[in-house]
Design a protein around this ligand. Structure first.
Ligand SMILES: Nc1ncnc2c1ncn2[C@@H]1O[C@H](COP(=O)(O)OP(=O)(O)OP(=O)(O)O)[C@@H](O)[C@H]1O
Length: 412
């Protein structure tokens, strides 16, 4: 201020004073502009920081609730078996034992019914919530086909086996009256056994097609679960589902995974497999012999199966599905080439004779490969030479696989 006064005192004329004041005002205005710009900048920084703060607060809340979630003890899954009164219910835990438990007030009493799946508090075993009443997703995860498209015409050879399975599975489903009239019980289950790729699944699907049945396809190893009681529950639900969808055919491939005979030294894993087998036996014993649910098992290892599975009332028909002989291979080749454009020189019997030891799946692959040879040469027909080339390639691949397996065994 003193300096400003000194300056104005120095002014000689009003013009000088006027110019001085104009300059001062201009300077202050530009300073004002700068300050306004700074305020705008600071306000935008403030807004950015505020939104960041809100974001971080949200993040912290999420992490806190995640921590809470992780800290909550797991709930036990159980099934309601009996309702004594709205507050007291008998449940069977997935581990097996039954308990009389209390029900949390948050549970809607209308959905609490016998058979409902629920979660239980680990300490008090009180019912915390009722799970949706669908069958287990793992059971639904298996292949469930509404009358498969495969027919007996798609099967090469196996005439005797087709006849046997028609008698044991198809007839009781399509003509139950015949069995009633005579007064005999049809077989409950049929076991197909033989080497891989010989048409066991194909045969089971064809029966389902013929009987317009739902085809429930599961694999024994899928039923073996890590957790105690889970495998048995899956079996129970599989049979419940089959009953609900009847007429239906349950097809259990690799049944040896749960049905291998018991050994002396059992690990806890073995005991779980054992429990699953017990449930399968109980389920088979529990359903109507003349009903419209049939069970077909398949295995490559009948030699290791538990005798309990083969008792009457369980798998009471055992059908061998062997590797095809030359005539069988000829029929299979015919099936797989019926839609192919074949040249006149194709001698299918010769191909059948050259494929000793091959199964139906191999023969299917050979036909496809022969077709690929023709396509590569841009031919419109598949020739005998294409089949021979396919056979050679197949033999080469097979021998290569064998060498790799042998090498693997050496380094194992
Ligand atoms: N007898 C057959 N007639 C026609 N095709 C066959 C025959 N056997 C096998 N195949 C062909 O091989 C494929 C595999 O057969 P499939 O799955 O039925 O064998 P599988 O005996 O059930 O084998 P795995 O024991 O490995 O389960 C079939 O989809 C079919 O293309």
């Amino acid at each position: 201020m003193a300096e400003a006064t000194r300056h104005t005192d120095d002014m000689k004329t009003p013009e000088e004073l006027y110019r001085y004041l104009v300059d001062r005002v201009a300077g202050m205005e530009s300073q004002n502009q700068e300050l306004k710009e700074q305020i705008r900048q600071l306000e935008s920084d403030k807004r950015y920081i505020e939104t960041q703060k809100i974001r971080y607060e949200r993040e912290v809340r999420k992490l806190k609730s995640e921590i809470e979630h992780l800290k909550t003890p797991p709930l036990i899954v159980g099934t309601v078996t009996d309702i004594i009164d709205p507050g007291r219910v008998v449940v069977r835990s997935s581990a097996g034992p039954r308990f009389l438990v209390r029900v949390s007030q948050s549970v809607n009493p209308d959905v609490l019914k016998a058979g409902a799946r629920c979660t239980l508090n680990q300490q008090s075993l009180a019912i915390v919530e009722v799970l949706p009443s669908t069958y287990d997703s793992q059971v639904y995860g298996m292949e469930l086909v509404d009358a498969p498209s495969e027919t007996y015409e798609d099967i090469g050879g196996l005439e005797k086996q087709i006849m046997e399975i028609r008698e044991a599975v198809e007839l009781p489903m399509t003509r139950p009256d015949l069995f009633e009239k005579i007064g005999i019980n049809p077989p409950k289950g049929v076991l197909l056994y033989g080497p891989p790729g010989t048409g066991k699944t194909l045969l089971a699907k064809a029966v389902a097609h013929e009987t317009h049945a739902i085809f429930l396809h599961t694999v024994g190893s899928e039923l073996v679960q890590k957790y105690i009681g889970e495998g048995a529950r899956l079996v129970r639900e599989l049979f419940d589902l089959a009953k609900e969808k009847a007429p239906s055919i349950i097809f259990i491939d690799e049944i040896d995974a749960i049905g291998a005979s018991r050994t002396e030294a059992m690990t806890s894993g073995d005991r779980e497999v054992q429990r699953t087998l017990m449930q399968l036996l109980a389920a088979m014993d529990g359903f109507e012999q003349r009903g419209d649910v049939k069970i077909i098992g398949a295995t490559n290892r009948i030699d290791i199966l538990d005798a309990a599975l083969l008792r009457p009332g369980r798998f009471d028909r055992i059908i061998e599905i062997p590797l095809p002989d030359a005539n069988g291979r000829y029929s299979i080749l015919k099936v797989h080439t019926r839609n192919m454009n074949l040249a006149d020189d194709v001698n299918m019997m010769e191909i059948a004779q050259m494929t000793d030891g091959r199964n139906g799946a191999d023969l299917n692959a050979i036909c496809m490969e022969a077709g690929m040879f023709a396509i590569r040469k841009e031919h419109s027909q598949v020739s005998h030479e294409d089949f021979l080339n396919a056979l050679n390639k197949f033999r080469y691949d097979f021998e290569k696989d064998q060498r790799l397996i042998a090498a693997g065994a050496m380094f194992a």
